[in-house]
Design a binder for this molecule. Structure first.
Ligand code: URA
Length: 438
């Protein structure tokens, strides 16, 4: 006797530690995509997966079902190697805005599909949309035309590409179900495989500001992502990078756009430059544009030094409906009207700027979401006037909170204040790039 499939049975099965079948996973993803599965049941199953996990076969089947929740892009009519980069989520993690123009200016094609802020982490789409007029919701035709003409398009999932992830991503953001290796893997890889790239470089973050807190978990996530990518025919590699404190000096959507523009103008913070250029060089090699690491690095440097990356970014902004004048005039970007400075409580060295707490403070200021349909305030954020390892005097400005509403500042202050620790001795230096997984 064959009973009709019911969401509640699937939820209970996973809740009790069972292994879901391909059909059950397809039923769940199909219901999410068509809207017939209510959010409360989708959220319940996400929570069951969060606690019970998924084995490799279930994770692969979930990814596959999410890929086929929409169309897969065929970019083969655009000559050239297509390569993308994706991060598992961090604070001040803005490299995509530098990498896409650098790599496109160096001769590879970058059809980049990104996400919004997730939990305490920022999202590339929210950052881009702080540029007045910038559209991330290009149609597939518009995206392909931008890649063919400019070598790059910066988009979010459309209703056509991995639509199930769009719904699940937003639900996970507000239901405490983000930090889960199968869910992160299926979310990232469904988008990446559906977008039709040849090669993919993944930045797997680890530390206080990352979803993976230990190097062991980060390695497991990296291996899962690389395994799914390779099985899907995408030349995939991952680097594990440190995220105990924010990357660069700026957190918050418009603030981060400015910092990326500074990098493309040959300025900007050393850690952001290091990671952006490392990932860009990997992409150029994976795309076959550069044969050696030295060639790849030289191409990236040239894209910055010659101004071609900056010019590329200007043209991307223009192409996607944004105001390209922001490149030269930061006043055209949204800016929160008020500032509050947190100062060093004593003299010594900055020993910690907890990226998790700073990310949460930025969300509370209005830079991220508590509920699925919350609007994001593009002008709020946090600027780090000093970073970990810097020597400071008592009373020096360390964190500058940019805010619009006093009650939000009041809620963010305890988080931001406890993120900062000053000690008598400098902390031991820590490499930014910790490991690579092929
Ligand atoms: N990026 C994604 O696209 N999905 C996740 O789950 C985490 C980071």
């Amino acid at each position: 006797m064959c009973f009709p499939m019911r969401a509640v049975d699937i939820i209970q099965k996973k809740r009790d530690g069972g292994t879901l079948t391909r059909e059950e996973i397809q039923f769940f993803v199909g219901g999410v995509t068509s809207g017939t599965l209510p959010d409360y049941q989708a959220a319940a199953l996400l929570m069951a997966v969060f606690f019970r996990g998924m084995d490799p076969a279930e994770t692969a089947q979930l990814t596959d079902a999410m890929i086929h929740s929409g169309v897969t892009l065929d970019l083969s009519d655009i000559p050239g190697s297509k390569v993308d980069k994706h991060s598992t989520g961090g604070v001040g993690d803005k490299t995509s805005l530098v990498i896409a123009p650098v790599v496109a200016a160096s001769g590879a094609l970058v059809p980049m599909m990104s996400g919004r802020g997730l939990g305490h982490t920022g999202g590339t789409l929210d950052k881009l949309e702080s540029i007045p007029g910038f559209r991330t919701n290009l149609s597939i035709q518009e995206m392909k035309a931008a890649v063919a003409d400019l070598g790059c398009a910066l988009v979010g999932q459309t209703t056509d590409i991995a639509p199930a992830d769009r719904t699940l991503y937003a639900l996970r953001d507000v239901t405490g179900t983000i930090e889960c290796i199968p869910l992160i893997s299926a979310s990232i890889m469904s988008k990446k495989i559906a977008e039709g790239v040849d090669a993919l470089v993944l930045d797997v973050k680890v530390g206080r500001g990352a979803f993976m807190k230990s190097e062991g978990d980060a390695r497991k996530l990296a291996q899962t992502l690389v395994g799914i990518g390779r099985a899907g025919g995408v030349n995939t590699q991952a680097v594990i990078t440190a995220q105990d404190w924010p990357l660069g000096r700026a957190v918050g959507n418009a603030n981060e756009v400015i910092e990326c523009l500074e990098v493309m103008k040959g300025r900007g913070p050393a850690d952001l430059i290091e990671l952006s250029l490392d990932l860009s060089a990997r992409m150029l090699m994976a795309a076959g544009v550069a044969r050696t690491r030295a060639d790849a690095e030289a191409l990236c440097r040239k894209a910055i030094d010659s101004g071609s990356a900056l010019e590329k970014f200007r043209r991307i902004i223009e192409r996607q409906g944004g105001d390209p004048r922001v490149v030269d005039d930061y006043e055209r970007l949204p800016r929160a009207p008020e500032q509050h400075v947190i100062r060093a409580p004593s003299s010594g060295f900055v020993a910690q700027l907890d990226a998790g707490l700073i990310g949460r403070a930025a969300v509370v200021l209005g830079g991220g979401r508590d509920k699925v349909d919350d609007a994001v305030d593009p002008g709020v954020g946090i600027i780090m006037k000093a970073t970990v390892g810097d020597s400071v005097q008592q009373g020096d400005a360390i964190l500058e909170l940019h805010y619009r509403q006093r009650h939000r500042l009041d809620a963010a202050l305890p988080l931001a204040t406890s993120a900062l620790q000053v000690a008598l001795a400098a902390p031991p230096p820590r490499p930014l790039i910790l490991e690579e997984i092929f």
